[in-house]
Structures are given as C-alpha cells and as structure tokens.
Design a binder for this molecule. Structure first.
Ligand SMILES: Nc1ncnc2c1ncn2[C@@H]1O[C@H](COP(=O)(O)OP(=O)(O)OP(=O)(O)O)[C@@H](O)[C@H]1O
Ligand SMILES: [Mg+2]
Length: 304
C-alpha cells in the first residue's frame, strides 16, 4: 500500500525549544490514524508542519511518496486546527465558497452545499461564524477541511465541543470518506474511547517524539485479557496445560510468570496444575484497558 504520510527526523523548535523532536511518522494510504499524546506533546505542531502552515526546523516530510514543498500541499490536504482559516464576519457557506475559490475550484457551489450538509450546517443561513456555538464552529472547521475533496485529512480534535450526536455523525462521516474514497485521515483526540471506535492504527507522541506506532489489530491483541500464573516452574506449567487442557497461546516470562491468552477458566487451570504437581503461587485474570496502555506510553504518570 502506498504511504500517504512519512516524516523523517522532523523537528520544529520554538525559541530554541523543541515542540517536535526528530519525529518519524508513517501512515499508509486509507488509514484512520489516531494521533495520541498529552497536552503539549506536539500533535498540533505536527499537523501544522504536515499542512505547510509551519516550517520545519529540520527533517523531511513526504506526502504520497513525494517531498512536500510548502504551499503545494493545499489541494490534496484538508486541515482542521483550532479556528484557523475561519472568517467570523462571514456565513458558513461564504467561508466554504471562499476556500473553494482559493483552491481554484470550479463547480464550487454544489460541492460546498454538499460539504455543509455533511457536517450538518446546511440550515445556518446568513448567520455569521463569529456567532456560532463552539460545536458549530468545529463543524464549520471540518467543512472547510473537506472543501476540495482532499485525499488527506488532518483533523486536530475534530469532535471537541460537539454534542453526542455530532460526535457520532463525524465518526460516520470519516468512516464513509475512508471506505468510499480511500481518504487517509489523521485525527487527534483526548477521548481515547472515541478514537478506539474509529482508528485503524495509532501513533503515540511524547515530548515531540514518536513513542510507538501500532495497528488497531496489534493493539487489540496486545491488550487481550490473559490469565497470569505465578509459579516457580512456568515452563513445566505451560507444557502441562498444553497437554491436559490444550491451551497453546501463552508466553513464559523469566520471573516465573506464565500468561495464558486462550480463554480458559482459571479454576480449571489451577486444578490441572495442582494435579500435575506444579505449585501455583497466584493465579488471576488480568485485564489491560486500552486507556492504560496509552496512558503508560504517553507518560501520563509524570504529569500526575
Ligand atoms: N507558536 C508557538 N510558539 C511557541 N511555542 C509553541 C507554539 N506552538 C506550540 N508551542 C509549544 O510547542 C509544544 C507543543 O505544542 P502543541 O500545540 O503541538 O501540543 P499538542 O500536542 O497539540 O497539545 P494539546 O493536546 O494541548 O493540544 C508546547 O510546549 C507548546 O507550548
Ligand atoms: Mg493541540
């Protein structure tokens, strides 16, 4: 699959302080990439760099396999970031029409009306954007990002301030853009449960650096529930459970822990081990929530 976004050693410094610090990012075409990080980790700055709204201090950006030159990205990249590009004295429709003209689009009115309907702003009439509610402004920002049918969407907290219905609508819209048009979508959010419903892969950023990129499938596998067994002989315990209970998915840890990923009843596991003469110090089900996984890597414990 073609790579939609690749950065190599991407850096952005503000007054000598790194906001983005040698960031290596790779996103395949058609993915919905959940971009996760604590406040100040560098998500918005990364989006600005990718959209050509800020200039990197060092490093490279490739979009769709080509080096990005500032200014050339506009047509294929739609960005939603804070209130950028939004004119308060104009209506939603006029804001979108202006964007369409700036992109040099012909069929502008029809496309603009479709985009406004997609974000639920088709009934706003002449109301000026500065009088919009927070959620309505977000929706307008999203509409502006969608003008011109870009192949890459950079959405910085797109559901921030939206009501539950709006959040669901945005999710359905993004999924539709991905499945029908193969749009690549980078989306940041602090609502991990919401990203989880949407993202096909994740990037975790901490202090400007990429901590980990992981597909949703790998993450789900890693966060699977398991039975943790503490014993002095985990290898023997594993062999025994394979033989007696046909449990084959496990990992043995040197500290004497055996993790069983097959769904099994801990009581039966315990009984089988005792019968086989393996002394069990402790046994229990371990659940790792996705949230814990992210929080650990985001460095949240440092901020408490
Ligand atoms: N224009 C700027 N001038 C100076 N420092 C900046 C500027 N923009 C961002 N920074 C700094 O860069 C760092 C990263 O900021 P950024 O906005 O990218 O974080 P973020 O991950 O988007 O955080 P949040 O979750 O709060 O939106 C922060 O320390 C911030 O103070
Ligand atoms: Mg931000």
């Amino acid at each position: 699959m073609q790579t939609a976004v690749r950065t190599l050693g991407l850096c952005k410094q503000y007054r000598g302080k790194a906001a983005v610090d040698h960031l290596d990012m790779q996103v395949s075409q058609g993915e919905i990439y959940g971009f996760i990080g604590a406040n100040g980790a560098g998500k918005s700055t990364t989006f600005k760099l990718l959209a050509g709204l800020a200039r990197p201090t060092a490093g490279q950006i490739e979009l769709f396999g080509r080096p990005m030159e500032t200014g050339t990205a506009a047509r294929r990249v739609g960005i939603l970031i804070e209130d950028a590009g939004l004119y308060g004295s104009m209506s939603a429709r006029d804001n979108c029409l202006l964007k369409a003209r700036l992109l040099g689009l012909d069929e502008e009115t029809r496309a603009v009306d479709r985009v406004l309907a997609q974000v639920g702003l088709d009934k706003m009439g002449k109301k000026k954007a500065k009088h919009f509610s927070m959620g309505q402004r977000r929706r307008l920002g999203l509409a502006l990002a969608l003008v011109g049918s870009p192949d890459l969407l950079l959405l910085d907290e797109p559901t921030n301030g939206l009501d539950p219905e709006g959040i669901r609508d945005v999710r359905l819209l993004l999924q539709q853009l991905q499945s029908e048009r193969g749009v690549t979508i980078l989306v940041s959010s602090h609502i991990l449960g919401e990203l989880e419903k949407l993202a096909t892969c994740y990037g975790i950023i901490r202090e400007g650096r990429m901590v980990e990129q992981i597909t949703a499938a790998d993450l789900a596998a890693r966060c699977r529930d398991y039975i943790a067994i503490k014993t002095s002989d985990p290898h023997r315990a594993a062999a025994l459970l394979e033989e007696r209970l046909h449990l084959h998915e496990y990992t043995v840890y040197p500290e004497g822990e055996l993790r069983l990923y097959d769904a099994a009843d801990p009581a039966r596991v315990n009984a089988a081990l005792l019968e086989g003469g393996v002394a069990v110090q402790s046994i229990g089900i371990h659940r790792q929530e996705l949230e814990d996984y992210f929080l650990q890597r985001m460095g949240a414990e440092d901020h408490v």
